[in-house]
Every structure is written in C-alpha cells, then in structure tokens.
Design a protein around this ligand. Structure first.
Ligand SMILES: Cc1ncc(COP(=O)(O)O)c(C=O)c1O
Length: 386
C-alpha cells in the first residue's frame, strides 16, 4: 500500500462555470442584477421559502439578519458556542450581548434542554447552527423559540439541502443564512444568501443590503459572478450531496474496523445530513493525538481536530484596550445575565468536553470515493488500532 494519496480538491469547476462567468463579463453588468435575481428565485424555490436575498457572504447575512430584527444595545442573543466566529461576532456588530448556550452530544448543535434557562426579558433572537451539515435538534429549538415568541435564526452555512422529516434546513427559522464561500458545498468564491418567508423582513434586508436607505445601510450586495456561479452550483447540489452522503455511509462501515475509540457521528433517523464534513467522535483519551493526526495529514488525508469554542475567543475576552465601539456587556444600558461575567469562565460542559479534542472533522467532498476512503481507513487503522 502506498504511504500517501492525492485527495481530490473541492470545488472542481468546469465548462459550465467558465461559461457562466464569461456570460457575466460579456454582459458588462458585474454587480447585483439579473443573474443574482435568478439565483435568488431558484434558491428560494429549492429551500422552500418565499424569499431569498443574495449577499456578499454569510457574515454579512448574519449581521443583516440581526439588523433587520432591530437588535441592538441592551439586547441579548442566545447563540451556540460551537461554530465559526461569524455566528457570534454578528451580535457584536449590532452592539448586543451574546449569551452562549451549551451543545448536545448527538449533532453538536445547541441543546434544546439548556435553551430555556438562558431566555430572559432581554432575549431578542436565538442563533443556531447545523454544524458540518448535521441538522441540529431544530424542531425542539423552534418549539421553544415559538413558545417565547423569539425569532430563530438558522446559520445554515454548512447545510445546503439538509432536511428534517422532509422539511429543508433553512425553513425552520424566521430567517436562515447560507454561506456560499469557496469551500462550502455550494461554492461561488465569496457569497451568502438569506432566506425568509416574512415580507417585511425581506424588504428591510433589501434596503439594508444596498446603501442609500434613510437608516444605516451597507454595501452587502452579491456580484453577478456569484449569482451566475450559484445557479450552476445549485443545479449540481443534490448530486454532490448524494455523493457526500454515500461517502459518509462508506466511512461509517470502514470505521467500524478501525478502533472503538473512533465513532462516526451519524444523523438521526428522519434527518438528511449533507456532510460538509463528517464528524468522528473520539471516545477515549488518545495519547499523541496531534502527532497521529499530523501523520495522517502528511499522508494526504483531510482529517483534523475541530474548532475551539467561541466563548473563549478574544472578541469576548479582550485582554488589551477594549475596542473603540465598546463592549456591549459593559454598556450602562445593559442589565442582563452577562453583566459583570467573564465569557471564558462560563460553564459549558459539553462544548468543553468535545471542542476541539474529542471531535474530528473528515472531508468527504466529491469526487472523493471508495478508493480514497479505503486508503484513509487503512491509515487510520495503523495509527489508532488499539
Ligand atoms: C457556520 C458558519 N457560519 C458563518 C460563516 C461565515 O461565512 P462567510 O465566509 O460566507 O462569511 C462560516 C464560514 O466558514 C461558517 O462556517
């Protein structure tokens, strides 16, 4: 057996993408116009929401979601600590206060059982994430949000095409945000899109997206290139997702022989996960884990420890001079549960247990197939077999 492999890269653009980009250049209209509008229509139809609004990226989308909900100083937004920084930094962009709620150990989304205790009179929104394309316990989270009449925002940046009981991820919240960044399953370079059924919110996001409105608005528009590439990516998405799903199934089988210490994280019965990455739970303390992972990476295998929890991020624990915009939890107008608290001291046992040491990401994007996965399984066996 060879000692290394060239893992397929993602994304792989071809003639359809070249043609789409060329068409935009020839049209001489490069910023948000017809191609963006077509993509918005097609994406909203695919997801099953009334509206979709194309943006420059998902970070802008998360920011606009909060701005459209009029969230600001003195408000709290409940958010998961296991995500990319944008999921929580958007709260600071509106000068509101993040309240971190622990995750559950099945799909590593926000734990519905911990959510209710975080809700206060200051809570103005809840942001959940479907990490790596594994649906969160979204029905339970949605039920709690509805009970308290708090808008739910789905960060669906990893979950294009995932579903729960036949209903697409991105249709459970008042708003949902998808990233279309180069590495994502629907990849346009840089791009993002917000979905909603609410006409008022849609209109407000349109106004905030393109500067010139009477209230503070931004230039968060999508380019025509992204709109055109998005249409091509959307046509291929279900096929690509089916390959990711098949690869996750292969890997589940292959991992059974590797080591009881490594356990594939699977989706629940009535869910479709889309595996932006596959997650592997590390069930016991593994000596020299970093070294083993480095060996696998050097052999070409895209495996790594997952992300550090967000409540430890320096944005929430500034050690130097506070930023010029101030710290929302120190603002005299704020009197909620994070007043006089230190984010890094928060007790969040599940995220502490898993992130980053007990959860591995493994990338199974197309055109990865059985050859690569069998090679990876053999290498994993060499490193991890007890
Ligand atoms: C979960 C999640 N949310 C939001 C973002 C931000 O996406 P973008 O790069 O489109 O701003 C990312 C980026 O990786 C992400 O992983």
């Amino acid at each position: 057996m060879s000692t290394s492999i060239k893992w397929p890269s993602w994304p792989q653009y071809g003639q359809e993408e070249y043609t789409a980009v060329e068409k935009v250049i020839r049209s001489n209209q490069l910023f948000a116009a017809k191609e963006v509008q077509l993509f918005e229509e097609q994406f909203s139809t695919y997801i099953g929401t009334k509206f979709a609004i194309g943006l420059g990226n998902a970070t802008e989308g998360l920011h606009l979601a909060l701005a459209a909900l009029d969230i600001g100083v003195g408000d709290e937004v409940i958010v998961t600590p296991y995500s990319w920084i944008s999921t929580a930094s958007c709260i600071l962009m509106q000068n509101a206060v993040p309240v971190f709620c622990d995750i559950e150990p099945e799909s590593f989304g926000m734990d519905p059982q911990k959510l209710e205790e975080k809700i206060t009179e200051h809570t103005k929104a809840i942001i959940v994430v479907h990490m790596f394309g594994y649906p969160s316990k979204i029905r339970e989270l949605q039920a709690i949000a509805q009970k308290y009449d708090i808008p739910l925002i789905e960060d669906a940046s990893h979950a294009h095409g995932a579903s729960v009981n036949g209903k697409k991820i991105g249709t459970f919240g008042a708003l949902s945000v998808f990233s279309l960044h180069q590495r994502k399953s629907l990849s346009v370079g840089d791009g993002g899109i917000i979905c909603t059924d609410n006409e008022e919110i849609k209109d407000k996001i349109y106004r905030l997206r393109s500067f010139g409105d009477f209230e503070l608005s931004y230039n968060y528009r999508m380019t025509e290139f992204a709109g055109a590439l998005g249409q091509v990516g959307l046509r291929k998405l279900d096929y690509h997702n089916s390959q990711r799903i098949q690869n996750a199934q292969f890997l589940t089988e292959l991992l059974k022989d590797v080591s009881p210490a490594l356990e594939m994280v699977c989706v629940r019965e009535d869910e479709v996960g889309v595996f932006y990455a596959v997650l592997i739970r590390v069930n016991t303390e593994i000596e020299h884990l970093d070294k083993k992972l480095l060996t696998l990476q050097c052999a070409g295998i895209p495996i790594r420890k997952t992300w550090e929890p967000l409540h430890l991020h320096s944005h929430f624990n500034p050690t130097n001079k506070p930023p010029a915009r101030g710290l929302p939890w120190d603002d005299p107008r704020y009197s909620g549960i994070m007043r006089n608290k230190t984010f890094s001291d928060l007790e969040l046992p599940m995220v502490k247990k898993y992130c980053p040491h007990r959860l591995l990401e493994f990338y199974v994007h197309p055109p990865t197939g059985l050859t690569e996965l069998e090679f990876a399984a053999e290498m994993l066996k060499r490193e991890f077999l007890l």
